[in-house]
Design a protein around this ligand. Structure first.
Ligand code: NI
Length: 161
């Protein structure tokens, strides 16, 4: 699968709920996990491969690959943390992003089974980052306008020269 990068309009669109989880979904999830591994990423949203469905995958070191379909954020902690993020859709760009430290989320797995997850630390962060993708939001949107503009300029110089 091909990962879309900054500048593609699809990355700015809101993904649709998955209405039916079937063999196609299982196949898509498998391909997404493979694409995430090939890109050495720890998370990937369907939006990033041009599919506007509410699906993302997360795979942290020492953890199992996790699949989230139709995820719904149920709560976030008032405590926040700052951590350097990157994105397979904005390769080579990293910036500190402030996010809630803990979250709780409901979703379906690739078999359509509902689950609930309370997460903190890096897992909570990646989940929030991927959930943003499903709403057309990129991590640079959490930065100040000045920082974001600087990043976009750096990006354009790097890739559109
Ligand atoms: Ni990303």
């Amino acid at each position: 699968m091909h990962i879309l990068t900054l500048g593609h309009d699809v990355l700015r669109e809101k993904a649709e709920e998955v209405s039916q989880i079937d063999g196609k979904t299982v196949h898509l999830v498998k391909e997404m996990i493979q694409t995430m591994h090939e890109g050495r990423g720890i998370g990937l949203a369907a939006t990033q491969v041009g599919i506007l469905e509410r699906i993302f995958v997360v795979h942290l070191a020492e953890d199992i690959p996790r699949v989230f379909i139709n995820p719904v954020l149920k709560g976030v902690s008032p405590e926040t943390s700052l951590y350097e993020e990157g994105c397979l859709s904005i390769p080579g760009i990293y910036a500190d992003v402030k996010r809630p430290e803990m979250i709780s989320i409901d979703a379906l797995d690739e078999r359509g089974k509902p689950f609930h997850l309370d997460a903190d630390g890096l897992l909570a962060r990646v989940i929030q980052h991927e959930l943003d993708h499903l709403n057309g939001v990129l991590f640079i949107d959490h930065l100040s306008e000045l920082k974001r503009k600087r990043i976009i300029r750096t990006w354009e110089q790097k890739f559109k020269a």
